[in-house]
Write a protein that binds this ligand. Structure first.
Ligand SMILES: Nc1ncnc2c1ncn2[C@@H]1O[C@H](COP(=O)(O)OP(=O)(O)OP(=O)(O)O)[C@@H](O)[C@H]1O
Ligand SMILES: [Mg+2]
Length: 475
């Protein structure tokens, strides 16, 4: 459980939030993503891959290589380089990249995209790439601000007659009592701050701070004194703040250069960097010009030189990189060589292919050789039956499915014959069949029936005649 007093980007769940919905409806609404069993790279502290760990089975070489990249990114020594993951479909390239992002933690930006995302009718291809790169460079801003901090001991809105209507009453001000180890203080606050407090669901017993000059309220967590004896809880408990209620406090906030660009493309009052961040608007695509980026860079450089901010290079992950075209590749070369470049991870399942945007340039993985030259290339291996069985079992656990005797072996066999993804894919539909038959676990027969209903890629390919059509329409 986190006990940091630094405001985290993911707001803590308020203790007085609505209770979680009953289990039945959660089960129905929660969606299990294809990679939700992957929790990390599963490496030992020495950087060696366990045969299976953190949801990752086998692929030890590639995992160890990714582990090295994680270390390099963390020690900020990998900028301007690229890691290229190559391997057959379904061998875990995307899973590896996600594991890297887990290992880096939330503080290091990770910006995933798919090659085909660059083809937008509104924005230039190179612009999409540039933006992804900016989103992968973090900025940790430390600011000392005047705040009132403490545990809420009192929260009393004072009401007054509403001058606009004869009936209702409005809040004229609010009295808030704050307590620290050193003392207590009673504040008389503006009703807008009261609204902010209601929004943050602040109640007596919470530790909060209020910024003195903006009135922004932040809930740090629940005071230790109110800690309950539950074993598992979503609440963050924090100790009673030290020092005076009214003090100067160092606040840390993480943003990316992309956030700053976007915020400045639509400036909304406020000159200091924090208020710029406060006005972040997430909706809509706005034009970010090269000139604006330079301006932002200049401001950022100023802050870095003053020691107010620190640059945290992150990772851009471009999946299906063979979808980029020659224009994008040359731009990528340039981006890689710029002084403030994040780490780049590329993935592709192509062998030799024509580079998109050219008619005759054939290159390994459809990536031009000059870019390949800048890459460390890591290959993912295909899986054996035993490994496929392990992954299928992991998926069954994640999806909450029970497997009858022999099912795992059967699915592993299917996986070896078709592909691992096909074997994993069979799980959920097979559970529907078993459910229809009134059983709560998947039996070998369900898999058999699935094979009659559906084809795997290879079986489907066998139906296609040499002329590329279906055999005499005899399907
Ligand atoms: N070593 C592994 N351990 C556990 N799960 C794995 C492993 N490799 C792959 N998977 C799982 O198998 C599925 C397919 O893998 P993934 O999507 O990463 O393949 P890919 O290499 O990106 O394929 P493609 O080239 O088609 O994009 C995913 O659900 C992934 O989480
Ligand atoms: Mg993939």
């Amino acid at each position: 459980m986190k006990t940091t007093t630094v405001p985290s980007t993911s707001a803590p769940v308020a203790h007085n939030a609505m209770p979680p919905p009953p289990a039945a409806s959660t089960a129905r609404s929660s969606r299990v993503a294809p990679h939700s069993h992957i929790k990390g790279l599963g490496l030992t502290p020495e950087g060696l891959a366990l045969p299976d760990g953190a949801g990752f089975v086998g692929q030890t070489n590639a995992r160890e290589a990714c582990g090295v990249v994680v270390e390099l990114v963390k020690s900020r020594k990998f900028s301007g380089r690229a890691l290229l993951l190559v391997g057959a479909p379904g061998t875990g390239k995307t899973a590896l990249a996600l594991a890297v992002s887990h290992e880096l933690g939330v503080k290091v930006p990770f910006c995933p995209m798919v090659g085909s995302e660059v083809y937008s009718t509104e924005v230039k291809k190179t612009e999409v790439l540039a933006e992804a790169f900016r989103r992968a460079i973090g900025l940790r801003i430390k600011e000392t601000k005047e705040v009132y901090e403490g545990e809420v001991t009192e929260l009393t809105p004072a009401e007054a007659e509403n001058p606009l209507s004869g009936y209702g009453k409005t809040v004229s001000h609010v009295i808030v009592g704050l307590k620290t180890v050193k003392g207590t203080k009673q504040l008389r606050l503006d009703p807008t701050i009261y609204e902010a407090m209601l929004k943050e669901k602040i109640v007596v017993g919470d530790v909060i701070y209020i910024e003195a000059n903006t009135g922004a309220v932040k809930r740090v967590g629940r005071s230790d004194a109110y800690a309950s004896s539950y074993d598992l809880e979503s609440e963050t408990y924090v100790p009673l703040p030290k020092g005076d209620v009214h003090k100067r406090k160092e606040l840390v906030q993480d943003v990316t250069l992309g956030d700053l660009d976007a915020a400045n493309a639509r400036p909304q009052g406020g000159q200091d960097i924090m208020s710029v961040m406060g006005s972040l608007i997430k909706s809509g695509r706005t034009e970010v010009t090269e000139k604006l980026r330079k301006e932002v860079n200049k401001v950022v450089k100023g802050y870095v030189d003053q020691g107010v901010a620190e640059v945290v290079p992150g990772v851009v992950f471009i999946d299906e990189v063979h979808m980029l075209d020659i224009e994008c590749f040359t731009y990528l070369n340039a981006l890689l060589e710029s002084p403030m470049a994040p780490t780049v991870i590329l993935a592709t399942n192509r062998g030799n292919a024509i580079v998109r945007g050219t008619t005759d340039v054939v290159s390994p993985h459809g990536v031009p050789v000059d870019l390949l030259d800048r890459c460390l290339i890591v290959k993912t291996d295909t899986y054996n039956r035993e490994q496929i069985a392990k992954v299928v079992q992991l998926r069954a656990n994640v999806e909450g499915l029970k497997l009858g005797p022999g099912v795992l072996e059967r699915l592993a066999e299917e996986g070896e014959r078709g592909s691992m993804r096909y074997a994993i894919q069979l799980l959920t539909p097979a559970s529907i069949l078993s459910g229809l038959a009134g059983r709560n676990q998947i039996e070998v027969d369900d898999i058999g029936e699935m094979n009659e209903l559906f084809l795997d890629a290879k079986a489907s390919a066998r139906n296609i005649g040499s002329d590329g059509g279906f055999d005499g329409g005899r399907m």
